[in-house]
Design a protein around this ligand. Structure first.
Ligand SMILES: CC(C)(COP(=O)(O)OP(=O)(O)OC[C@H]1O[C@@H](n2cnc3c(N)ncnc32)[C@H](O)[C@@H]1OP(=O)(O)O)[C@@H](O)C(=O)NCCC(=O)NCCS
Length: 194
C-alpha cells in the first residue's frame, strides 16, 4: 500500500462492521498531523492517560512533538499509523485511534485508543475501534489484531469486548514505560473470527 493510500480518511465497508455499541456517536477518523497537537497536549495531561498508556509521567516537554514525528516516520515506512477522532459536526478533537506497531510481514498489528476526558462514556472508543479494526483488516490486510490492556482498565476491556476481541491471557509485569511494569492483558481479533 502506498503512503498516499494510507493518508485518506477511514471509511468502513458495512460488511466489515460488527461492533455492538450501545450508542453509536457520529465520529470521523482522519490521519493525525501536527494540526492536532493541541488536542494531543490536552490528552497527555489527563491522569487516566498517564495511568493506562505509554505516555511517561510526567510527560517530557517535547512529548507531543516527538510523538508526532515518530508516527510520521512510521506512516512513511509502514510500521505505525495514527488517526485523530473528530466530531464530524464541528471538527472537535475527540481522541486518537492508533496502530503503534504494524508488522506487515506477519500481517499483524497492535491497535489502541485514547479518548478525550470530555468525550468519554458515550461510545466514542467503541465506534473508533470498530473503524480502526475495519481499516486494519482492509487496508493492512491484517490476519491478527492485538490490544494490550492493563488488568486494571475495565472500560478498555469493555471496548475490546464490544468489538469482538477475545481475551487470550495476561502478561505479568509487562514493561510499559521506564519505571512502570504492569500486568497487561492481551486481546486479539482475527480476520477469520465471526
Ligand atoms: C478507556 C477509554 C478509551 C474508553 O473510552 P470511552 O469512549 O469512554 O468508551 P465507550 O464509551 O465506548 O465504552 C466504555 C465502556 O466501559 C464501561 N466502563 C467505563 N468505566 C468503567 C469502569 N470503571 N468499570 C467497568 N466498566 C466501565 C462503560 O460503561 C462502557 O461499557 P458499556 O458500553 O458496556 O456500558 C477512555 O476512558 C480512555 O481514553 N481512557 C484513558 C486511556 C486508556 O485507557 N486507553 C486504553 C488503553 S488500552
Amino acid at each position: 500500500m502506498s503512503g498516499g493510500a494510507r493518508l485518506r480518511a477511514v471509511r468502513v465497508r458495512p460488511e466489515l462492521s460488527r461492533a455492538v455499541a450501545v450508542s453509536t456517536p457520529p465520529i470521523r477518523l482522519v490521519p493525525t498531523t501536527p494540526a492536532h497537537a493541541a488536542g494531543m497536549g490536552e490528552l497527555i495531561r489527563d491522569p487516566e492517560v498517564l495511568r493506562f498508556t505509554r505516555v511517561p509521567d510526567p510527560p517530557p516537554a517535547d512529548f507531543v512533538e516527538s510523538w508526532l514525528q515518530r508516527y510520521e516516520a512510521g506512516r512513511a515506512d509502514g510500521t505505525r499509523e495514527a488517526f485523530t477522532i473528530e466530531d464530524p459536526a464541528d471538527g472537535r478533537f475527540l481522541g486518537i485511534a492508533v496502530a503503534p506497531s504494524i508488522r506487515r510481514d506477519e500481517r499483524t498489528a497492535e491497535l489502541g485508543y485514547v479518548i478525550h476526558p470530555d468525550a468519554r462514556g458515550r461510545g466514542v472508543a467503541t465506534v473508533a475501534l470498530e473503524r480502526l479494526t475495519a481499516w486494519a483488516f482492509s487496508d493492512l490486510d491484517a490476519v491478527r489484531l492485538e490490544l494490550l490492556i492493563s488488568t486494571a482498565n475495565p472500560a478498555s476491556k469493555r471496548v475490546a469486548e464490544h468489538n469482538g476481541y477475545r481475551y487470550e491471557g495476561t502478561l505479568r509485569s509487562m514493561f510499559v514505560v521506564p519505571g512502570r511494569w504492569e500486568d497487561s492483558e492481551i486481546w486479539s481479533r482475527l480476520s477469520t473470527d465471526r
